[in-house]
Design a protein around this ligand. Structure first.
Ligand SMILES: Nc1ncnc2c1ncn2[C@@H]1O[C@H](COP(=O)(O)OP(=O)(O)O)[C@@H](O)[C@H]1O
Ligand SMILES: [Mg+2]
Length: 253
C-alpha cells in the first residue's frame, strides 16, 4: 500500500467554547492527517465537533491548544492577517448555504476570490472549472435565476478557481435534493481525480460520505473510527457500531 503525503495535519487539537459550567469541549485531543490529492469525509452525530474541526483546520476558528499545519503553513500559530491571506489564497470553501453574492452573475461569483485577491483570471483554468461543473450556459445568470444545485455548483467552482491547497466543504449537500447532491458530490470527487484537488468534506449523509476515499468518524470531539474506500453500507455499519457507545455515554450523564 502506498502512503500518501498529508496536505493538512492536526496534532493534539483542543477547542473549548464558553467557560465554567457552560464550557463545551468541542475538540478533545484530535490527531489527524488529511491526504493530498484525496477526498476525506468527516462524519459524526450533531454536535460531535465536525464543523469545529473543519473551522480550526481552515483558520476560521482558533484552537486552545494543539497544532494545525496546512500545505506547510503553521495555521494555528498565524495572526489574523496571515490567516486572512491564507484563506484567500490557499484555501477554498463550500458551505451548506451557498453564500453567493445575489447581485453578481454566476461568472462574477466564480471569479470573486481572484478579484478580491487582485489576481488575474487564468482563462484556461476558469474554462476548465466552468466546464467541469457544467455551468457554461448559465454564466450570465444571477443566483436567483439558478436552482439550488446550480448555485452550489457555482460555489464549488468559486472554491476551485484559485487552485487552493485544500477545499473545505461543510455539509455541501445539506440543502440539496438527491439528484443535485449527486451532481455536486460527483463534481467534488472529479476535482480530486482529474485536477488533483485535496478535499475535506463534513457530512452526516452516508451516501455523500461514500464519494470520499476515506471517512473519519467523530464523537464527542474525538476521532473514534475510520473507514477506507467507503460504501454507504460500510459507513452505515460503522455509524451503527458507534451509536451504542454514545447512547451509553449519554445515559451516564
Ligand atoms: N460558537 C460556538 N459557541 C458555543 N458553542 C459552540 C460554538 N460552536 C460550536 N459549539 C458547540 O461545540 C460542539 C461541537 O459543535 P460543532 O462543531 O458545530 O458540531 P457538528 O458540526 O458536529 O454538529 C457542540 O456542543 C456545539 O454546541
Ligand atoms: Mg456542523
Amino acid at each position: 500500500m502506498t502512503t500518501t503525503e498529508a496536505i493538512a495535519t492536526a496534532r493534539g487539537l483542543v477547542k473549548t467554547y464558553g467557560s465554567g459550567e457552560a464550557a463545551v469541549r468541542a475538540l478533545d485531543g484530535v490527531d489527524v492527517d488529511f491526504e493530498r490529492g484525496r477526498m476525506t469525509a468527516i462524519m459524526g452525530p450533531s454536535g460531535s465537533g465536525k464543523s469545529t474541526l473543519m473551522h480550526c483546520m481552515a483558520g476560521l476558528d482558533r484552537v486552545d491548544s494543539g497544532e494545525v499545519v496546512v500545505d506547510g503553513e503553521p495555521v494555528s500559530r498565524m495572526r489574523e492577517r496571515e490567516l486572512t491571506r491564507l484563506r484567500r489564497t490557499r484555501l477554498g470553501f463550500v458551505f451548506q448555504a451557498f453564500n453567493l453574492v445575489p447581485t453578481l452573475t454566476a461568472l462574477e461569483n466564480i471569479t470573486l476570490p481572484l478579484d478580491i485577491a487582485r489576481r488575474p483570471v487564468d482563462q484556461a483554468q476558469l474554462a476548465q472549472v466552468v466546464d467541469a461543473v457544467g455551468l457554461s450556459d448559465r454564466l450570465s445568470h444571477k443566483p436567483g435565476q439558478l436552482s439550488g444545485g446550480q448555485q452550489q455548483r457555482v460555489a464549488c467552482a468559486r472554491a476551485l478557481v484559485t487552485r487552493p491547497a485544500v477545499v473545505f466543504a461543510d455539509e455541501p449537500t445539506g440543502n440539496l435534493d438527491s439528484t443535485s447532491s449527486g451532481e455536486v458530490l460527483g463534481f467534488l470527487r472529479r476535482s480530486v481525480d482529474e485536477l488533483g484537488q485535496s478535499v475535506v468534506m463534513v457530512t452526516h449523509d452516508p451516501t455523500a460520505a461514500s464519494y470520499a476515499h476515506r471517512v473519519l468518524f467523530l464523537a464527542d470531539g474525538r476521532l473514534v473510527a475510520e473507514v477506507a474506500d467507503p460504501t454507504p453500507e460500510t459507513v452505515l455499519a460503522t455509524l451503527g457500531s458507534l451509536t451504542p457507545q454514545r447512547a451509553a455515554a449519554e445515559a451516564t450523564l
